[in-house]
Design a protein around this ligand. Structure first.
Ligand code: NDP
Ligand code: HSE
Length: 399
């Protein structure tokens, strides 16, 4: 019998408790033995919860109980979450988390601490919610040199963009819906400003390329400037607008990692990913391109990934080495995306300004703005091509 303690009883923590309990027989069969729930760490009362008798307020109860094998950290943040994770690992307990902020900032040192203590630190749920991506990337694609990763990695923003374009909702109303459904971060600015995608692409890049990529190294643009006009214009031109995290290996071995909304041709699979769904394409030098798709946020999809990690630890037993490891990063590891050539979508700040040379417009363009596509060039060359014209929004086209 293996025993789990859950830290945090919010959207994900309550989902983990439910899934562990509801699916206990199947989980036991697939894990090679039963998995019990010993404690849930909370900081307020949940009098109506069916798990109220498991709730404790003092982490040291969990830390000092030798019967607890696995700690599930789903509190979020990098303060108490980091402290409790370190203490659990030092106490010889494996830790499973959905906390991408913590993994993106401190993954390398926490993985090393887990290794030093002969336990695991797993975080399948930290990227793509319920989509299996961490284990496929680290195990199933292990034969490959990874060349590129591009992903729709945030359920909240994909939901907002979909509800704006298909449901006619305002940005604020679409965000409110996403919050009510449990998709958004405690502070949703992390979602809409691209910070959450930045953390996730850092984790994928660290995993794929073997060295820690830190959020501060990644240029990040969110969706707050994208308007319904931009979406309508993109659709008229045969594109969809999606927020992407991208990590590309350069020929010199360094990386370009960035986050920004892109225009994606409507015929591409990524363009059809809607609502809370996420999708990640990975290009390896042996396998070619593969794609992972599923619900990127929400209580039960995320709990599914968390419990899969718990099951994996139980099945492999204490003798198994940690499945994932990467090395320290470096200041010069990540190179700006400015030199990367692509076509561009430009919406001018001044609707009446004349168009630059090379601009391509579209028939049936929506009213209320002046927008066009520019041919493939670097960001520096685009700036020169626009001359003194002020842009309201500039987005890359993913070709
Ligand atoms: P919630 O805010 O719903 O839940 C977090 C819970 O942790 C809250 O109940 C909070 O208590 C509790 N908590 C925070 N600090 C402490 C503490 N020191 N001691 C005890 N309890 C504490 O967040 P989510 O469940 O949505 O997210 C949890 C983690 O999972 C985050 O890292 C998030 O980024 C990640 N994640 C979330 C997904 C989702 O779809 N929601 C998907 C994938 C990952 P209180 O209620 O008192 O504030
Ligand atoms: N806020 C995140 C999202 C949760 O919307 O994708 C899943 O990581």
């Amino acid at each position: 019998m293996a025993n789990v303690a859950i830290l945090g009883y919010g959207v994900v923590g309550s989902g983990v408790a439910e899934v562990l309990t509801e699916n206990r027989e199947g989980i036991a069969r697939r894990s090679g033995g039963p998995i019990g729930l010993s404690y849930i760490l909370v900081r307020r009362d949940f009098p109506d919860s069916p798990f109220r008798d498991k709730m404790v307020r003092d982490f040291s109860v969990i830390e000092n109980d030798p019967g607890v094998d696995i700690v599930v950290e789903v509190m979020g943040g990098v303060g108490a979450a980091k402290d409790y994770t370190e203490r659990a690992l030092r106490a010889g307990k494996s830790v499973v988390t959905a906390n991408k902020e913590l993994v993106a900032e401190h993954g390398c040192e926490l993985l090393e601490l887990a290794r030093a203590n002969g336990v695991s630190y797993l975080f399948e749920a930290s990227v793509g919610g319920g989509i299996p991506i961490i284990r496929p990337l680290s195990q199933c694609l292990a034969a490959n040199e990874i060349e590129a990763i591009s992903g729709i990695l945030n359920g909240t923003t994909n939901y907002i963009l979909t509800r704006m374009s298909k449901g006619g909702l305002s940005f604020a109303d679409a965000l409110k819906e996403a919050q009510e459904k449990g998709y958004a971060e405690a502070d949703p600015t992390a979602d809409i400003q691209g910070i959450d995608v930045c953390r996730k692409i850092c984790i994928l890049a660290s995993l794929a390329f073997g060295r820690q990529v830190y959020p501060r190294q990644v240029a990040t643009q969110g969706i707050t400037e994208v308007t319904l006009f931009d979406q309508r214009w993109a659709e008229a031109a045969g594109f969809r607008i999606k927020l992407l995290g991208r990590a590309l290996r350069r020929e010199d071995g360094r990386l370009t990692v960035y986050v920004a909304p892109h225009l994606i041709p409507a015929s591409e699979p990524l363009a059809g990913v809607e609502d809370v769904f996420n999708a990640i394409t990975v290009r390896g030098n042996a396998v070619g391109e593969v794609m992972f798709y599923g619900q990127g946020a929400g209580k039960r999809p995320t709990a599914s990934a968390v419990v899969a990690d718990v099951s994996d630890i139980v099945r492999r037993g204490k003798s198994a080495r940690p499945a994932v490891q990467w090395g320290e990063g470096a200041e010069d590891l990540v190179v700006s995306a400015d030199g990367l050539e692509s076509r561009w979508y430009v919406r001018l700040a001044d609707e009446d300004a004349c168009l630059p040379e090379g601009a391509v417009t579209v028939e049936d363009a929506p009213e209320g703005g002046s927008a066009f596509l520019m041919p493939a060039m670097s960001a520096e060359d685009l700036k020169a091509a626009l001359g003194g014209r002020a842009a309201g929004l500039v987005l890359r086209v993913l070709d």
